[in-house]
Write a protein of this length. Structure first.
Length: 318
């Protein structure tokens, strides 16, 4: 944890990044990453979700299950940041989330969003254009299932009667449900209305854009009688590779990131934590000044070593 209370999360290698190796991560690598993250001052473990994507993508919920017990031993939270809720029926995903909360010792954050990639929807026969409306219907259904028994829900997309998901998890009255948004005013109002927290994306916004979106969120929360000061947020999908020598860090990370994002790498926007320790500390300070309460980094390679470098060289200077 930084002196100002900002916490940090590590992202598991759910996506096989182009240029970062051809072998999927082993179970040992996952637990070693969690161990190194704990030793280095991280507070949480994160995953993101795709099903039929342009690059190989492991099942994020299975990966969280693989490390939930170890994270529990370390007192770390686990989080989906995020899954595409329209891609899964609320009853089925409620069972999964209830189980994950039990396995993690009541340390789960449920992060959900509308989904962003049409190929996921096409593969499952789900209408991509309906995803926002499906999210609006799915979140109340999911919350009800994780909060009570004999749940009935009748919405435009999901209809069921007298369903009980057990166990519902350890957190009461409900496992916290955070919503994603890249920062649009409409998206921020949805977060304020339906969510217990906000998941942002460093890949898709700068610190300055995050700050503007956060201001909109605070206004929307105030309108709904919620306290902006206690409403949590996290900045996820921040690709990371750090080194004493910034040019050496960029020589490793930039080819991987450019193949991953299918675009040119640029440092000034603050999307990626790549460079020297001093450069990356300055970037983290920009995000913290913008209002980020949790920052989740995704090592593009060498996850265990990168987590340790973060704890040794970045965290103490913040």
């Amino acid at each position: 944890m930084a002196p100002n209370g900002v916490t940090f999360g590590v992202h598991l290698p759910v996506r096989m990044l182009p240029g970062a190796g051809i072998d999927p991560p082993s179970a040992a690598l996952l637990t070693d990453t969690v161990d190194a993250a704990k030793e280095s001052g991280f507070s949480s473990v994160w995953v993101t979700d795709h099903i039929a994507y342009m690059d190989p993508w492991l099942d994020c919920l299975m990966m969280l299950a693989a490390v939930a017990g170890r994270a529990n031993e370390h007192g770390m939270r686990i989080a989906t940041g995020v899954i595409g809720l329209p891609l899964r029926h609320p009853v089925a995903i409620a069972q999964t989330y209830g189980t994950l909360d039990v396995l993690s010792g009541g340390n789960l954050i449920v992060g959900v969003g509308e989904g962003s990639t049409e190929s996921d929807f096409l593969a499952l026969g789900i209408p991509f254009q309906e995803r926002r409306k499906m999210l609006e219907d799915g979140v109340p259904a999911l919350r009800a299932l994780l909060s009570g028994e004999d749940v009935s829900h009748h919405g435009p997309y999901y209809n069921f009667d007298n369903v009980t998901v057990a166990p519902r998890g350890l957190q009461q009255p409900c496992v916290p449900i955070w919503l994603s948004s890249w920062g649009s005013p409409v998206g921020m109002r949805r977060v304020a209305r339906l969510g217990d927290g906000w998941v942002s994306s460093a890949w898709h916004s700068t610190p300055e854009e995050f700050s503007e979106a956060f201001a909109n969120l605070k206004a929307a929360l105030t309108e709904r009688g919620k306290d902006p000061g206690t409403f949590p947020n996290a900045v996820n999908t921040m690709f990371m590779y750090i080194d004493e020598d910034g040019d050496r860090a960029r020589s490793v990370a930039v080819p991987i990131i450019e193949q991953t994002i299918r675009a040119k790498f640029e440092f000034e926007g603050g999307h990626f934590l790549v460079g020297s320790y001093q450069e990356c500390q300055e970037l983290l300070r920009r995000w913290m000044a913008a209002g980020a309460k949790e920052i989740c980094v995704w090592p593009v390679t060498d996850a265990v070593d990168q987590a340790r470098r973060f704890g040794q060289f970045l965290l103490p200077g913040l």
